[in-house]
Design a protein. Structure first.
Length: 164
């Protein structure tokens, strides 16, 4: 399956399998909140957002506008009414990160806070979803995401993730 096909399978899992939602959330810092999926997109929502970088020549912080996508955006409502999101990057075993891709996930997620277009979430985490082999080959960049969930573990709920 392609990455985009797996993105749609993952979104379907969040919408249709409450047990999968609970299990996936248990891998995040939202594990004690519970929650039900109230909004999701696996059509690679794209946006422009500001990012602060340190200029290597001057050492000064500069803000630039960047554009980018989130593979799967899932928004949950906790039992106490709090709305939170997972910004999920899905990689195949032979995938590669683009320049600054992990860092841009957090910047984009922060910029989309409270935006109706993206589910009005109040808090978020960035999640890397990939085969364990991808993570091992890309340890440094993979570690820039807030958490990791392997394709192998997801395959226990969504068998398509085991077909790679």
């Amino acid at each position: 399956m392609t990455e985009k096909e797996l993105d749609r399978v993952l979104e379907r899992g969040f919408k249709e399998l409450p047990g999968f939602c609970d299990w996936f959330l248990s891998r995040t810092r939202f594990s004690d909140r519970g929650g039900r999926c109230v909004f999701s997109r696996s059509d690679h929502p794209w946006g422009r957002f500001p990012v602060e970088f340190t200029d290597p020549e001057t050492g000064r912080n500069e803000e630039v506008l960047r554009e980018g996508e989130t593979d799967v955006l899932v928004v949950f409502e906790a039992s106490d009414g709090m709305i939170f999101a997972l910004h999920i990057e899905n990689k195949l075993a032979d995938g590669k990160f683009t320049a600054f891709q992990p860092e841009l996930y957090a910047a984009r997620a922060k910029h989309w806070l409270h935006d109706v277009k993206y589910g009005r979430y109040q808090d978020f985490q960035t999640v890397l979803v990939s085969p364990s082999t991808f993570r091992k080959k890309n340890v440094r960049e993979s570690g820039k995401f807030d958490c990791f969930v392997s394709h192998e573990d997801i395959a226990k709920f969504l068998p398509e993730f085991g077909s790679e």
